[in-house]
Design a protein around this ligand. Structure first.
Ligand SMILES: [Zn+2]
Length: 326
């Protein structure tokens, strides 16, 4: 499989000089069916290979004409109440894109056209693993043009109360996330992960979205979480101490890992991979998007760059490392 060939080549970088990475797309089309987390509506989605330099784009197959195309870009993010929802100039929406975007980022897919016959990406099991599986089944191919990335040149930080999100220059792409919930089932959790060498798949992809039992009624009255269930979310009971899912957690610190998963997806809405370090403290979709807006508002804060094996596999981008878990 192409993915394995690339991984093998990359692990040999110490024996050869750094080389430029190529753009990647899917080898073939692949689809899935599921329900939207917030809408509860059944949708069918198909990921297609796409031409170089076209990026990640959604195409609503239930909408006629050019208005059906919704590019997966930070500037198209509208509602961030409970998810990252894209909306184009024609007002056409695609909601809850973050877990799919996270899988595309984790697999290094630059170009993909995503057909979808409804307004929300299916939630599947609440993680990025089903999308990762789809991409692996379809296969990944390299394309001729060099991979383009956004290199962070100076520190950019945004905050909202006690929440902060910060990007700083770094080789490769790494994430440090801290959360602090009153709920004893979550409490304080922290994770540092360098996203390379399969760490996304091993450390992040399977972490599910989560919510609180007492939030469900409120969310549903706001027209949200209608498709949410123990099949696609970790739910914490009203005492805040117990996970209601029979099978428990997939990782002891699944909550912070899911926040990392969301951040990877939200940041991939930059329109290209980011070469930099992200630090989130209690951050969420709204603040992650505000961070991209602040980055792109300052032309001295970033630059287009190609990506070399040196970026992805520099000394501080080795195996994933966890600082604390709890
Ligand atoms: Zn999420």
């Amino acid at each position: 499989m192409t993915v394995d060939v690339i991984a093998t080549a990359a692990s040999n970088t110490e024996f050869s000089s750094a080389s430029t990475l190529r753009q990647r797309t899917l080898k073939t089309s692949i689809g899935c069916t599921g329900i939207g987390l917030h809408s509860g509506v059944k949708v069918t989605m198909t990921l297609h290979p796409a031409e170089p330099d076209t990026g990640i784009r959604f195409r609503r197959t239930d909408i006629p004409g050019q208005g059906a195309i919704v590019p997966a870009l930070w500037s198209n993010i509208g509602d961030t109440r409970m998810n990252s929802c894209l909306v184009n100039d024609a007002g056409v929406q695609v909601g809850t894109v973050e877990h799919l975007m996270s899988a595309l980022a984790g697999m290094g897919i630059d170009n993909c056209l995503i057909d979808i016959n409804g307004a929300e990406v299916p939630v599947m099991d609440g993680s990025a693993a089903p999308f990762l599986f789809l991409i692996e089944c379809a296969g990944v191919v390299e394309q001729a043009p060099a991979r383009r990335a956004i290199r962070v040149l100076k520190r950019i930080s945004v905050s909202d109360g006690d929440k902060t999100a910060t990007l700083t220059p770094s080789t490769g792409f790494s994430i440090h996330f801290e959360i602090d919930f009153a709920s004893k089932a979550i409490a304080q959790q922290e994770m540092f992960v360098a996203l390379d060498k399969g760490s996304f798949k091993a450390e992040v992809a399977r972490a599910r979205t989560f919510g609180f039992e007492q939030e469900v009624t409120m969310l549903r009255s706001a027209g949200l979480a209608r498709g949410g269930s123990l099949d696609n979310a970790v739910v914490i009971d009203s005492t805040g101490t117990k996970v209601l899912n029979d099978d428990g957690l997939r990782y002891v610190d699944e909550f912070v890992r899911h926040k990392v998963l969301d951040a990877v997806g939200d940041l991939y809405l930059a329109g290209a991979a980011i070469i930099g370090h992200f630090h989130g403290v209690r951050s969420g979709h709204a603040l992650n998007n505000a961070l991209l807006r602040a980055l792109f508002a300052d032309s001295s804060a970033w630059a287009w760059s190609t990506v070399s094996t040196a970026d992805a596999f520099a000394a501080d981008m080795t195996a994933p490392r966890m600082v604390v878990s709890g």
